[in-house]
Design a protein around this ligand. Structure first.
Ligand code: FAD
Length: 454
């Protein structure tokens, strides 16, 4: 309980998840103190060539909708209706994400969304955000945080602490250190990424279709591009970190030019200041982090990337973190009932509900990398997709493709993952039994779905 009797919750980190959570908690009547290590991104440009835009999908939209924010976000988002697949020497083809016009995901600027959420949180009058304030130590025995602010450091007290401090979370470290049975796995992917840029045309318009997520799949590596509001695209190259064709070998003017000439000749002229941008922008690493427990008694909890960093290939990291926030919105009591709540049980329950789902999307995100960089151009993939769409069209209540379950529904990730495995076996059987979708009858499909328990 804080001095003025309004219960207070402390957040470590004011990134995407921390800023949304601060807002949600304030709407429930809590006072919220946020400690954020970086400067205020509304005043200082801190993007530094990393993940400028993101795909926002239904799971992330739900809490925003419930806070009545979607109407304010509408002019920040660009709908993407499918993957535009670019094969060298062929016309690009659109692979729609779903069969309905509302089966879209939205490109949004990370910085704009974060700024917007920080401002909305502050506007409640209950949220104080301390920028340039890095938490260096968490002490759950004394309920104190050590904070480094430039040259200075100070100690502050907390009652409840939620770690939204991202993949290198100090709150996670403190929670895991206190549990004899803690588990932590950090699997660093052997691929990295680098951001590039396509500027708008002379009219300020997008140079390629703006309502699609563009992919240039090349087997072991790929380029993707997501549209920005200003007519530009943020392009990301994903490639091995080490090895023959990798960030270790494609590294100077000659090798960059040769690599893009060999693999991305058609889009190369559009990549703004390719060599300069490539050399200047950092090469980012990606990891899957699974850990437990996510809470320490009634004092601490972690959510977002702090609890479950995943690779970005399903575009679900933020969406999953926002779903964590949604779970908190549904389970935490209003501030005026906080004193009588069993916080240990509340924290443990959030962790129990969310952890298996976070683990499932982590695995699906890894699988999706292979799909994006390779499978999307394989006939077998396209054939399975055609059968999947047909089944969904005939039996919408019994069959939704896994991608759509993850991106357009709210079915727990764990269920989507398990169902997806059954679907995969069924689709494999269809591909082996029929040479085209036209040969399949609705009655045969019905029988098959029943046989697979669907
Ligand atoms: P973060 O965004 O990492 O925020 C953590 C915050 O805590 C930061 O502001 C940091 O400064 C602060 N902090 C850290 N340590 C401390 C400390 N000790 N003290 C105080 N503050 C601290 N997700 C999607 O849903 N869709 C996408 O399309 C998508 N694309 C992606 C593309 C790439 C290339 C990458 C790398 C990720 C992508 N993601 C995507 C994932 C998404 O970026 C993350 O899941 C999301 O940012 C997690 O939010 P967070 O608030 O939990 O963590």
């Amino acid at each position: 309980m804080s001095d003025n009797q309004t219960p207070m919750i402390t957040l470590a980190g004011g990134g995407l998840v921390g800023s949304l959570l601060a807002l949600i908690l304030a709407k429930k009547g809590y006072r919220v103190e946020v400690y954020e290590s970086r400067p205020d991104l509304r005043r200082v440009d801190i993007s530094a060539g990393r993940s400028i835009n993101l795909a926002l999908a239904n799971r992330g939209i739900k809490p925003l909708e419930q806070l009545g924010l979607m109407s304010k976000i509408n002019d920040m988002i660009i709908p993407m209706r499918g993957r535009m697949v670019h094969v060298e020497g062929e016309t690009a083809t659109l692979q729609p994400y779903g069969q309905h016009e509302y089966d879209v995901i939205y490109s949004i600027s990370r910085g704009e969304l974060n700024s917007f959420l920080l401002t909305e949180a502050e506007n409640t009058g209950l949220v104080t955000i301390h920028f340039d304030s890095k938490i260096s130590q968490v002490d759950f025995d004394t309920n104190q945080l050590s904070i480094v602010q430039g040259e200075h450091s100070q100690t502050v007290s907390f009652d409840k602490l939620i770690g939204t401090d991202g993949a290198n979370s100090v709150v996670r470290d403190a929670i895991l250190a206190l549990n004899d049975n803690s588990q932590l796995s950090v699997d660093v992917l052997d691929h990295s990424y680098k951001e590039l840029h396509i500027s708008p045309d002379s009219q300020g318009q997008h140079k390629i279709d703006k309502q699609a997520l563009h992919i240039w799949p090349r087997g072991q590596f790929m380029l993707i591009a997501l549209p920005n509001q200003d007519g530009s695209f943020t392009v990301t190259l994903f490639m091995h970190t080490q090895g023959e064709t990798s960030f270790a070998t494609v590294k100077d003017e000659a090798t960059i030019n040769a690599f893009f000439d060999a693999h991305f000749a058609s889009i190369k002229p559009e990549l703004e200041n390719l060599v300069g941008t490539y050399i200047e922008n950092p090469t980012g690493s990606m990891a899957t982090i699974k850990c437990g427990p996510w809470n320490y008694a009634d004092k601490g909890l972690i959510i977002g990337d702090a609890a479950h960093a995943i690779v970005p290939f399903h575009g679900q990291g933020m969406n999953c973190g926002f779903e964590d926030c949604q779970s908190i919105a549904e389970h935490f009591p209003a501030a005026n009932e906080a004193e009588s709540a069993d916080w240990h049980a509340l924290f443990a329950n959030i962790a129990k509900l969310r952890k298996p789902n976070a683990d499932a999307i982590a695995d699906m995100a890894l699988e999706n990398y292979i799909e994006m960089r390779d499978s999307v151009i394989q006939d077998s993939f396209l054939q399975k997709k055609a059968f999947a769409f047909k089944l969904q069209q005939w039996f919408p209540a019994r069959f939704t493709p896994r991608y759509a379950m993850v991106m357009f529904q709210h079915r727990p990730y764990q269920e989507a993952y398990a169902l997806g495995k059954i679907h995969d076996r069924l689709l494999q059987e269809l591909c082996e039994s029929y040479s085209s979708v036209d040969e399949l009858t609705q009655q045969d499909a019905d029988t098959l779905l029943t046989r697979y328990g669907l």
